[in-house]
Design a protein around this ligand. Structure first.
Ligand SMILES: Nc1ncnc2c1ncn2[C@@H]1O[C@H](COP(=O)(O)OP(=O)(O)OP(=O)(O)O)[C@@H](O)[C@H]1O
Ligand code: NI
Length: 329
């Protein structure tokens, strides 16, 4: 890697997260390392339960209740997030990094107008701003996400799902953070609205220059939006690839390949969905070796015993014995 690479916006170094449970510690995130540079949109995908939201909460230092950081470092703009005290953390969040939570559009406060909810962000983080300045900011934020400013006086229930989601995105970028994590921001919306929100995210990202970690379980959506895609299985990253390479002509991790085969082929005359046989594993009792081996059609002896480490395969990072020298021998 060259020396003139800019400082990463986000650096995850061997991040692991656990949940205390009656059955023991559920290790939902295992040893994840990932770097995101300024202006990048990186997708994070994986089946339900693979640990995507847990990782997002860990980045925001918002692990709650039974969840805790088991190990590793989260570095945002050069700052280790876990070195901040709670006062510093409050400042850091929303100013430097923000998050659009899973089903956030239903989390807007039903008894406050949109303007009150936008204003709350500025009141909390920019106490020196006057009411007039805050109002002007609220108007320009609404314009930024293409909602008529008259809706500042509306209550959430008076807006469509797509508009509410735009409001939530406006709030997330209100303080111009460097990193915005979006956890399934379009899942509950119909395809047309989804598309318009994706276009809006791209447009805002270009205009404001923040980096995005975009979480989804929809491969085609992520491939369209992100330049790079990280694929998660049972708490681990199994592959990090350029989205242009997300096709079956390129060699991938078998899990990535399975996900790609599961996408309906829209260009073909008939729609075929292969799907991946088997179920996601029990995180307390993970299969030995590579956690994917019981579902993998290429599984070899070594896959049952030796956990694969990430290897550079033609510019992609893949953790699979198919690509390690040991297996090639
Ligand atoms: N409070 C909890 N206690 C114990 N285990 C939990 C708890 N919350 C989540 N988990 C475990 O952590 C794993 C990861 O959950 P997480 O919500 O991060 O997955 P996800 O990839 O975001 O899934 P989805 O696509 O459904 O949002 C789950 O498989 C679940 O078993
Ligand atoms: Ni989730």
């Amino acid at each position: 890697m060259s020396n003139n690479n800019p400082q990463p916006v986000l650096e995850l170094r061997n991040v692991s997260v656990g949940y205390e449970s009656a059955r023991g510690v559920v290790q939902a995130v295992r040893n994840i390392s990932l770097t995101i540079y300024p202006n990048e949109i990186v997708g994070l995908i994986g089946e339900s339960g693979s640990g995507k939201s847990t990782l997002a909460n860990a980045i925001m230092h918002l692990l709650r209740n039974s969840a805790f950081l088991l190990g590793g470092e989260v570095i945002v703009q050069g700052q280790n997030v876990y070195d901040l005290n709670s006062k510093e953390l409050k400042k850091f969040r929303w100013n430097r990094m923000s998050m659009v939570f899973q089903s956030a559009m239903n989390a807007l406060n039903p008894v406050l107008t949109i303007e009150q909810q936008i204003a709350d962000v500025f009141k909390a983080h920019r106490p020196q701003m006057s009411k007039h300045e805050i109002h002007d900011k609220a108007v320009s934020l609404m314009e930024l996400v293409s909602i008529h400013p008259k809706h500042l006086r509306s209550y959430p229930h008076e807006l469509s799902g797509g508009m509410r989601q735009r409001v939530v995105i406006a709030i997330a970028i209100a303080l111009e953070p460097d990193l915005v994590i979006m956890d399934e921001p379009t899942t509950a919306l119909d395809v047309v609205v989804q598309k318009s929100i994706l276009d809006k995210i791209k447009e805002l990202q270009k205009a404001k220059g923040f980096a995005v970690l975009f979480i989804s379980h929809d491969f085609s959506l992520v491939a369209e939006l992100a330049e790079r895609v990280a694929i998660m299985y049972a708490g681990r990253l199994v592959e990090v690839t350029g989205s242009k390479e997300l096709n079956l002509e390129t060699r991938h991790h078998p899990y990535t390949e399975g996900l790609l085969r599961a996408i309906p082929e829209l260009t073909a005359e008939s729609v075929t969905i292969e799907g991946i046989p088997g179920n996601p594993p029990d995180l307390i009792n993970l299969p030995s070796g590579c956690a994917y081996h019981p579902r993998c059609k290429y599984a070899m002896e070594s896959c049952k015993t030796v956990p694969p480490v990430e290897k550079d395969v033609e510019g992609r990072l893949i953790a699979c014995h198919l690509y390690t020298e040991e297996a090639v021998k």
